[in-house]
Design a protein around this ligand. Structure first.
Ligand SMILES: O=C(O)CCC(=O)C(=O)O
Ligand SMILES: [Fe+2]
Length: 399
């Protein structure tokens, strides 16, 4: 069978910072590719030195490739070390980078302040010299979708995307191997994407297995139809990313994809990020929650929050200027908490003053209540008109 999976997709350049594109990050064909085919693979979104800095800050905190400690790493993740807010300033900067936020805002068609961060973790994947010993090994992943451990529900209809999943690479595929594979959605009739997306290990009564060979052998035994469909509609349609330092794969929680084996002795740093729509509360925050880090001696979270822009704070759940949370009391209290860290309260003050000048909340409430009263009146009037009509009909019948 022809393995289309060998097709490497190269990154298409993001909108350069200097270009006069109204501050956008992605071109419209990249947005269209994400919305229709489920992915956009982009280079040049971040400054090169930021990517280099992130790698340099992260790698000393992880086992070196080839070491016995690295051989023992067989699963996803950084064991909490590089979750947001992480000890790497560059990783935190990438997580909240204005160019990234703009790209996500374009993909979801929402204002940046209507996005929420739910995941940010950088982690190393090591190429091992030995074969996978466990069916849970992460080296050669089974084809999967990410939603089952991100949302309490199932992704909404394809045209109503709720979240953007992101992989950022810091190395090159030539050096490391381990190109992520994904299955582009070819249209509304693509057999790979006829929902519900439950024909995968860990779902609908199937055992959870991570390793591709183990997972597919198990499916061939207990659910041969599913195994056949996965072979024909997923694996044989997969494409791989020709990643370079700074490449970004924008995908979705309902896009089929998988990690593939690394070159023995190599290490690849990957940064997973997820943003959701603010109103999709069923998509959980994967980590501890941002406030939990406030007590760390490094003050990494306090500093990050104080120095962030209004939009960056919003994506962490901090109330936007004009939000009902802000009162004279909360403005003063939040200022007292963060003033020595340099938090700029002017935008919140200004919006609050504007709100006080315009119609007050009390007045707005009164209008809403009056609206409801007149709706009731209309219903009553309708009922009495109906009654009148019926009585006229009765009179006519009698005549
Ligand atoms: O390792 C990879 O290339 C893909 C990782 C992945 O699928 C995931 O983190 O959900
Ligand atoms: Fe995944």
């Amino acid at each position: 069978m022809k393995q289309v999976s060998q097709t490497l997709v190269s990154g298409a350049s993001a909108v350069p910072v200097s270009a006069d594109e109204g501050g956008l990050s992605l071109y419209s064909d990249q947005v269209r590719s994400w919305r229709e085919n489920g992915f956009a693979f982009v280079d040049g979104l971040f400054p090169t030195d930021l990517i280099e800095r992130a790698r340099a800050e992260c790698m000393p905190l992880f086992p070196s490739p080839g070491s016995p400690e690295s051989e023992a790493v067989t699963d996803y993740g950084s064991m909490g070390v590089m979750e947001f807010p992480s000890p790497s300033d560059a990783i935190n900067e990438i997580t909240l980078h204005p160019r990234l936020l703009m790209a996500i805002s374009q993909l979801l068609g929402l204002r940046i302040r209507d996005l929420r961060l739910t995941q940010s973790e950088a982690w190393p994947k090591y190429g091992h010299t030995r074969e996978a010993e466990s069916p849970l090994d992460n080296q050669d992943q089974r084809m999967h979708v990410d939603y089952p451990n991100h949302t309490l529900t199932h992704p909404a209809d394809w045209d109503q995307p709720e979240a953007v999943s992101i992989l950022i690479y810091f190395d090159s595929v030539e050096e490391c191997g381990g190109a992520t594979e994904f299955v582009p959605r070819s249209g509304a009739d693509d057999p790979a994407y006829q929902g519900p997306l439950v024909r995968t290990p860990g779902m609908s009564g199937l055992k959870f297995l991570n390793d591709r060979d183990a997972a597919e052998a198990y499916l061939r035994e207990v659910a041969p139809e599913i195994a056949r469909w996965r072979e024909e509609s997923l694996y044989s349609k997969a494409r791989s990313v020709r990643y370079q330092p700074g490449s970004v794969l924008f995908y979705r929680q309902d896009l089929w994809h998988r990690g593939t084996p690394m070159r023995a002795g190599a290490v690849r740093l990957l940064h997973n990020i997820t943003y959701r729509r603010a109103d999709c509360e069923w998509i959980s925050t994967v980590h501890q929650g941002w406030a939990w880090a406030m007590y760390r001696a490094s003050k990494v979270m306090v500093r990050r929050l104080a120095e962030s822009s209004v939009d960056q704070r919003c994506v962490l759940g901090f109330p936007a200027p004009g939000h009902a949370y802000w009162t004279r009391g909360t403005l003063d209290a939040v200022r007292a908490r963060f003033e020595s860290w340099g938090m700029e309260m002017a935008p919140y003050e200004a919006a609050w003053l504007d709100g006080v000048d315009e119609e007050s909340d009390v007045k707005r409430d009164a209008i809403a209540v009056n609206g409801a009263v007149s709706r009731d009146d209309l219903l009553r009037e309708n009922a009495s008109l109906r009654e009148e009509l019926n009585s006229l009909r009765r009179d006519l019948d009698r005549d």
